[in-house]
Design a protein around this ligand. Structure first.
Ligand code: HEM
Ligand code: HEM
Length: 186
């Protein structure tokens, strides 16, 4: 029986960027929350060092992903989606791209404002971008924390939307982002 996709698939590169970065973001939440629960000590600092290295990895991947994405448009959304759903999808994805930069940059600036060096897995050290400044540190810490709540909320919305497409609308929106997914018979 012939099968077809309601719209195109995301390429292997887009899927790789999506799932690697998604996994690293989950890692970031786990590392930060484990570290925040610990008393000040070597273990806490080691977890934060890892959080910073993974965060800067996300920044590097975000640069590559955005550059690649600007040259490779996403497949069109299924025709049945309302203008509001399209707007929400677009707004969510744009917000994600902004946060993929804003989270690491506020993190790096926060560390700079405290004069803490940020190493990348012990291989090299990122430059301190601003001088020591306690007021800037507090503002950046608050911003970083609040952005993480925004990121979390958008991720919940995004996952619920993906599940709604799959189980309610029964379209290909989730399948086209899954590496080994078979085409859905329509
Ligand atoms: C996409 C990348 C990142 C994500 C998703 C992320 C996420 C988080 C989260 C969820 C928290 C805990 C917030 C709270 O509940 O109070 C946190 C805290 C923190 N992050 Fe990040 N982070 C990222 C990148 C970075 C980077 C690159 C650095 C530093 C170079 C950094 C430094 C910190 C520090 C120092 C804290 C503790 C702040 C505090 O004491 O409240 N983060 N981050
Ligand atoms: C925090 C983790 C995640 C982030 C940051 C994220 C980010 C993104 C972004 C930026 C896009 C747009 C891709 C583009 O057009 O360039 C996207 C698409 C997509 N994501 Fe995620 N995602 C995350 C987790 C997930 C999870 C867990 C699922 C599955 C339940 C999922 C399912 C999808 C699907 C199906 C699409 C394609 C939507 C479409 O075709 O318009 N994502 N994601």
């Amino acid at each position: 029986m012939p099968t077809r996709l309601s719209s195109g698939r995301y390429s292997a590169v887009a899927q790789a960027f999506h799932w690697i970065i998604a996994a690293l973001i989950v890692t970031q939440f786990v590392l930060a929350n484990l570290a925040l629960d610990l008393p000040l000590g070597v273990h806490k600092l080691a977890l934060f060092a890892r959080h910073k290295s993974v965060g800067m990895t996300i920044l590097m991947l975000a640069v590559l992903r955005l550059a690649w994405r600007l040259k490779n448009p996403a497949p069109p959304l299924p025709p049945g989606m309302s203008p509001l759903e399209r707007l929400l999808a677009r707004a969510t994805h744009t917000a994600f791209y902004v946060l993929l930069f804003a989270m690491p940059v506020t993190g790096l600036l926060m560390s700079s404002a405290k004069n803490y060096s940020v190493s990348w897995f012990g291989l090299f050290t990122w430059p301190n971008l601003i001088g020591q400044n306690e007021a800037a540190f507090e503002a950046l810490r608050t911003t970083h924390d609040w952005l993480s709540y925004v990121l979390f909320a958008i991720a919940v919305l995004h996952i619920l939307a993906a599940l709604k497409h799959h189980f309610w609308n029964k379209d290909d929106v989730l399948l086209r982002m899954l590496p080994l997914a078979k085409r859905r018979k329509l």
